[in-house]
Write a protein that binds this ligand. Sequence first.
Ligand code: CA
Length: 236
Amino acid sequence: MCNKHKILVIEDEINICNFVKTILETNDYQVLVAQNGSTGKTLFFSHNPDLVILDLGLPDIDGCDFIQMAREQSAIPIIVLSARTNEADKVKALDLGANDYITKPFGTNELLARVRATLRTSRFQGIGDRQIRQKVQIKNMVIDYEARRITIDKQEIKLTQTEYNIIELLSVHAGRVLTYSEIIKKIWGYSDSGSIKKLQVNMANIRKKLGEQPGEYLYILNELGVGYRMNEDNEE
Ligand code: CA
């Protein structure tokens, strides 16, 4: 009972709030609900949740202000709910420290997948990314972190160091979106005007080598205008 993950949902639309609460409780999470930002803040401080699901459009405060406030206090994972199709809002929330986002309307599976992936990657933070596991399997692709080798159906895929590093980074955060700037910072350590182009060229080569056809996303999803997301691995 006490090892249930505690999730704080901050959302002013009653229907969405109830929908999220029901799904999470059915799947054995403990849920706290706030219908405005100030109640959300109070519950955040008094209950120390494991995860926050936050609507960006709240009646009393800007969701982005909540993220900023929360990040000054803790590294608690935050998933943003956004009705807006504006990519800039999602990127802003992610850059302020949100871990992921879900665009409304969303379904049960998407919500649960995001929650699982976010709780999992946050649990691994601080352990040192590469020590998580020696190998990971995503569909028929196996990433061997020890050997820095990738195989698909036991056939080795020849990659450059940079291409391997990008796949490894995305796989460690499988299920979670990483923004362009996050990836660029971690892979090259700096960014300039050509960075996004450089990343896109590498991604195009990676896709080709992994055997993905145009418009097909077996392993890596392209979140247009935001970043990239690797499909969740097979293990739970
Ligand atoms: Ca709202």
